[in-house]
Write a protein that binds this ligand. Structure first.
Ligand code: SF4
Ligand code: SF4
Length: 246
């Protein structure tokens, strides 16, 4: 293999065998600038001693090939290649517990910085973000269509295969039990509680205005289309209800 350059600056992250570029340096700069431009960045990164206290107290570091110290060092030294590389897998190991932020002598928040990197990964439609978020599409659909993440009727073997045989313990007559709850908004098993139509529409507006829906489109276009249809329907329902009242 030819080593023509002695500079430490890589033009692209490439496969060392094929030399084919995976991503240009310009794109890496763009991703880093998005992370750095966030208003939280300067609050969450004040310097780094490389002391490793954050990693020593990090639960995720005990189980995965992951170190908050390493992530903070990559950001602090503006190591674009390393940042991009960490966004392919490592940033998704963080449990967002913020133990690191409570311990860091520089008052950094490694967990907060990782959140910024995750948001950038979503914004740039990275495969790592799509892979991590794919299993949550069912929850997202439920949340947008009903205002709740989970409902009693989801607690079954199909809904939670990862519970294994324990799911068979959920054999309670939920329909009857829910009807016995004095609050009428809880008398259903289709949602955790019934969300007022006006509240749902207000939530849609917040998701639109804050760019949440744009991010969803980047990650899962089909889910985005389904959710837009649901939102249109609910807005029509609200308009009909308001007409009836007037
Ligand atoms: S982020 Fe804080 S705790 Fe972690 S290595 Fe840097 S200075 Fe130490
Ligand atoms: S927030 Fe993330 S990086 Fe920080 S201690 Fe928790 S799991 Fe580790």
């Amino acid at each position: 293999m030819e080593h023509a350059h002695t500079s430490r600056i890589q033009e692209f992250i490439g496969d060392p065998v094929s030399d084919s570029p995976v991503i240009s340096r310009g794109k890496m700069e763009e991703i880093f600038q998005d992370i750095q431009a966030d208003i939280r960045f300067d609050h969450e990164l004040n310097g780094c001693l490389n002391c490793g206290i954050c990693t020593a107290t990090c639960p995720a570091a005990h189980y995965y090939d992951f170190s908050p110290r390493e992530i903070v060092q990559l950001l602090w030294t503006e190591n674009l290649e390393g940042i991009y590389d960490a966004m392919q897998e490592k940033i998704w190991a963080c449990a967002q517990c913020y133990t690191c932020a409570a311990r860091c002598p520089f008052e950094n928040s490694p967990g907060g910085l990782i959140m910024l990197m995750r948001e950038a990964a979503i914004k740039h439609g990275m495969e790592s973000a799509k892979n991590v978020l794919r299993p949550f599409s069912r929850v997202m659909l439920k949340l947008i269509s009903t205002g709740n993440q989970l409902s009693p009727d989801m607690i079954n073997a199909d809904g939670f295969p990862d519970w294994g045989p324990n799911i068979s313990k959920i054999k309670a007559p939920l329909e009857v039990l829910r009807k016995a709850i004095p609050m009428p908004t809880l008398n259903t098993t289709a949602t955790a509680w019934e969300v007022n139509l006006t509240t749902s529409i207000e939530l849609y507006t917040i998701w639109e205005e804050t760019g949440v829906l744009d991010q969803l489109e980047t990650i899962d276009e089909n889910l985005y289309d389904v959710i837009l249809d649901i939102m249109d329907e609910k807005r029509e329902d609200l308009a009909d209800w308001e007409d009836e009242q007037s």
